[in-house]
Design a protein around this ligand. Structure first.
Ligand code: TXA
Ligand code: MG
Length: 313
């Protein structure tokens, strides 16, 4: 008798339960997902990405209720979750004593990062699976994050059981990562939620010293990251022969790419990683990028661009 094919979300949940790796769409960027409770499955993430084991993963769940079974939420953490979940915010909180997320996913720390994503297909997967899904961005460590299913396939080929196609990621930047300890909130990573939006809810945020490369408060904040193969030159207004220009706003009519011809930062964020990848695919002498204002989402865009351009490590 022929079996009825599973719905995509159910297939993904079944693959996760088997301990396989799955490419998953989220509103920020695509994730490389595995069952966060199975160390063998989580180990496959580190191996596939070439990710250092000291860099912990974000566990994704369907709801705040599911998150509270894993992490300890102070009133401030709960307030932030209510304000921004589902959405592009990861909260780093103390682990519950009986936290089901394996030590490997937390890199041995006594805190863990939790996120409730809003992408409807990802929500379906999380509800069908019923357990936390560890998922870093689905790129080889140090490369630009993927914002389409094709990016994920290009990066990992047939190493994945399946890649669920949920269309281009609407936000295009990874989640903002905020550590909450009691009534203190520290911004560990800028992301697809602006500092202003966060501070409107929680007041002034503390900022982690990510420049302390030896032991940054968020182990993922090593400088070189998001980097294409080609060198990247920032704040440029024109390209030399052999270089590829990524413009922003008006005045870049001859440029190969423009993050947002109308100068909108949300559009620029959504286009950023895809354009870095597309520019890189042309094997240029350099990718040159127009100035982008550092206000609102521009702050996180500037952070990603600075890391893409860094050649120091
Ligand atoms: O939007 C996103 O956050 C995407 C999608 C797939 O959800 N995921 C993502 O994961 O960007 P990843 O692994 O690329 O980045 C996770 C960041 C890293 O900088 C990591 O060091 C930090 O979160 N992190 C995770 N757990 C932590 C912890 N317990 N304490 C401090 N930082 C933590
Ligand atoms: Mg990443």
């Amino acid at each position: 008798m022929e079996q009825t094919p599973l719905e995509p979300a159910a297939s993904a949940a079944a693959a996760l339960a088997r301990g396989d790796l799955v490419g998953l769409p989220t509103e920020t960027v695509y994730g490389l997902g595995a069952d966060a409770t199975q160390p063998e499955a989580v180990a496959k993430i580190y191996a596939a990405k070439g990710r250092p084991h000291f860099n912990p993963l974000i566990s994704h769940v369907a709801s705040l209720e599911a998150a509270e079974a894993l992490g300890v939420f102070s009133p401030l953490a709960r307030k932030m979750a209510h304000a921004f979940w589902p959405g592009p915010l990861s909260l780093v909180v103390p682990r519950q004593r009986d936290c089901a997320v394996c030590d490997l996913a937390c890199a041995g720390l006594d805190t863990l990062a939790l996120r409730v994503p809003s992408h409807p297909l990802m929500q379906e997967v999380l509800r069908a699976f019923g357990k936390p899904v560890a998922a870093p961005s689905a790129n080889i460590s140090g490369r630009p994050s993927p914002t389409t299913a094709d990016h994920v396939r290009a990066e990992f080929g047939d190493k994945l059981a399946l890649v669920l196609d949920g269309g281009p990621s609407a936000v295009g930047l990874e989640s903002a990562v905020v550590a909450v300890s009691g009534d203190q909130a520290t911004l560990l990573r800028l992301g697809g939620l602006t500092r202003e939006a966060l501070e409107a809810v929680v007041g002034p945020l503390l900022t982690a010293d990510a420049s302390a490369k030896a032991a940054p408060a968020s182990p993922g904040m090593i400088l070189r990251h998001y980097a294409p193969q080609a060198p990247v030159r920032l704040n440029a207004t024109s390209a030399q022969p052999g270089e590829v220009m990524i413009g922003f706003g008006s005045g870049y009519e001859g440029a190969a790419f423009n993050l947002s011809p109308t100068g909108e930062l949300t559009e620029a964020a959504a286009n950023l990683f895809a354009m870095l990848r597309a520019a890189d695919a042309l094997s240029p002498a350099a990718i040159v990028i127009a100035p982008v204002p550092k206000t609102g989402l521009g702050e996180a865009i500037a952070d990603r661009l600075a890391r893409a351009a860094d050649r120091s490590c």
